[in-house]
Write a protein that binds this ligand. Structure first.
Ligand code: SAM
Length: 268
């Protein structure tokens, strides 16, 4: 594959703003006692800084050529491991070598951002924080609050798993080659809310997906389309004090969870 095609296919927009690299590494705090996982190290702009700060660094790069160059560059630093792999295939549970949770950092390849986020949430039990660069529009969706047009399944999912903060936004010229979009660094501190909201992850996410399936439709209608009985829905909405005309994006996570528990209770 020609180099340019491979680059755009793998989302290879390399960070050339050194201040931003420093800020991303600093946003994870003191790494001297931490195992850090970098997703997509590329040419090593952030890797270099992390290698100097982390107790252990595992950098996961899919591109064979870049992985080989990084392996050569960090050969003398035995606490740095370059792993040539697709991050979506990596079992983060196996990367944890002691009791301390992992710190995840990365300027993500944008073509699989949502998949990477879901992958990280799957391993939320072994990850402390993730400081990641994503496309600005994705960051806005992750951070969105109920009642806004950006609020959707991604927002609800992220906020069920983590406390989310926006750190900084960078223009295209911070990268080479420049992407067509602005980029935002967000920090996710893992703090799953399933116990607190008394819901099971699998059932609750199926409920959310059904509720958001057709965004223009009312929540009750979407739940009907998903196969729930009209009476079950009406009773649950009444008990949960949710308006029968509400749309999924208008509900807080607490309200969605209450509604889900009502529906589940009636159906069990
Ligand atoms: N961290 C570097 C920087 O900031 O300059 C590179 C960031 S670039 C946006 C994304 C990197 O992720 C590229 O090096 C690309 O080859 C790599 N990548 C793409 N898909 C990947 C995957 N599925 N697993 C691991 N790395 C991947």
């Amino acid at each position: 594959m020609p180099q340019n095609t491979r680059r755009s296919k793998l989302g290879q927009n390399f960070l050339v703003n050194l201040q931003a690299c420093e800020a991303i590494a600093a946003a994870s705090g003191d790494l001297s006692q931490r195992a850090v996982v970098e997703i997509g190290p590329g040419r090593g702009a952030i890797t270099e800084i992390l290698a100097a700060r982390a107790q252990q660094l595992i950098a996961i790069e899919l591109d064979t050529l870049l992985a080989a160059q990084l392996r050569q560059r960090f050969a003398a630093q035995t606490h740095v491991k370059i792993m040539e792999a697709d991050v979506l295939d990596v079992d983060f549970g196996e990367l944890q070598t002691d009791k301390a949770k992992l710190e995840v950092i990365g300027n993500l390849p944008y073509y699989i951002t949502s998949d990477i986020l879901l992958h990280l949430f799957r391993y939320s039990a072994v990850i402390h924080r993730a400081v990641i660069m994503v496309q600005r529009e994705v960051a806005e969706r992750v951070l969105a609050t109920p009642g806004t047009s950006e609020y959707g399944v991604l927002s609800a999912t992220a906020q069920m798993f983590a406390q989310v903060e926006k750190l900084m936004t960078l223009p295209p010229d911070a990268f080479s080659p420049p992407p067509e979009v602005h980029s935002t660094v967000i920090r996710l501190t893992m703090a799953p809310r399933f116990e607190e909201l008394k819901v099971d992850a699998e059932g609750f996410f199926a409920f959310l997906r059904a509720g958001f399936a057709q965004k223009r439709k009312m929540l009750a209608k979407n739940l009907r389309i998903a196969g729930l009985e009209a009476q079950t829905i009406a009773t649950a909405f009444e008990k949960g004090c949710v308006s029968s005309t509400a749309r999924a994006e208008e509900l807080t996570l607490e309200q969605s969870a209450a509604l889900y528990r009502e529906i589940k209770g009636q159906n069990s």
